[in-house]
Design a binder for this molecule. Structure first.
Ligand code: HEC
Length: 164
């Protein structure tokens, strides 16, 4: 009889904290933030392209960067863009520190659409009184050019025109 009395409360002491832990966990799971609101229109989509880390924050694929450099000349980019100098298009020095990879890829693949829908690109069109023509790159080529832009900014020592 005496033995049973001792075992009973000891079991309760062990079980209660465990049960408490279980309950806590469920409460935390329920406290997860609600799914974000559905996207609302073009401006939202465009703004999302420029959200997150800048392109320069990811490692450079040097093999792709070399392909990108060749494309930069072959596709006439250098006719409108310089690094550290302004030609008819924006100076591309530091561009991978100003923009996200996603934004740059979109600009390289669909400059026409970006000029219409993206707030940054449409500001640039106004500023330069010129719209960038579609260079007709494949996605792989656009990514190679992007790696080249990152490579240039890294080679320049990482300060560039960040923030402009
Ligand atoms: C006929 C001139 C012209 C050519 C050719 C051209 N661009 Fe552009 N580019 C522009 C102009 C003007 C803008 C800004 C207006 C806009 O976005 O349309 C721009 C914008 C950009 C931007 C965004 C700059 C920033 O500050 O965010 C990048 C990156 C870029 N071009 C890369 C390229 C690459 C790479 C090529 C070649 C595949 C290329 N451009 C070909 C004129 C040109």
């Amino acid at each position: 009889m005496l033995k049973l009395h001792l075992v009973g409360p000891a079991c309760l002491l062990l079980i209660l904290p465990l049960a408490g832990c279980g309950g806590q966990k469920t409460a935390n799971e329920n406290a997860a933030p609600p799914a974000s609101a559905p996207a609302g229109g073009v401006a939202d989509t465009a703004a999302r392209l420029d959200q997150g880390p800048r392109a320069a924050e990811s490692a450079v694929d040097e093999t792709a960067a070399r392909q990108g450099e060749a494309l930069f000349d072959a596709r006439g980019c250098s006719g409108c863009h310089g690094f550290g100098k302004r030609v008819s298009g924006p100076d591309l020095a530091g561009v991978s520190q100003r923009r996200t990879a996603q934004w740059l890829e979109s600009q390289l693949l669909h400059p026409d659409q970006m000029a219409k829908e993206d707030p940054i690109a449409s500001d640039l069109v106004k500023q330069f009184s010129l719209e960038m023509p579609d260079p007709g790159l494949t996605q792989a080529e656009a990514r190679a050019v992007l790696e080249f832009l990152k490579h240039k900014d890294r080679a320049a020592g990482g300060s560039g025109n960040a923030g402009k």
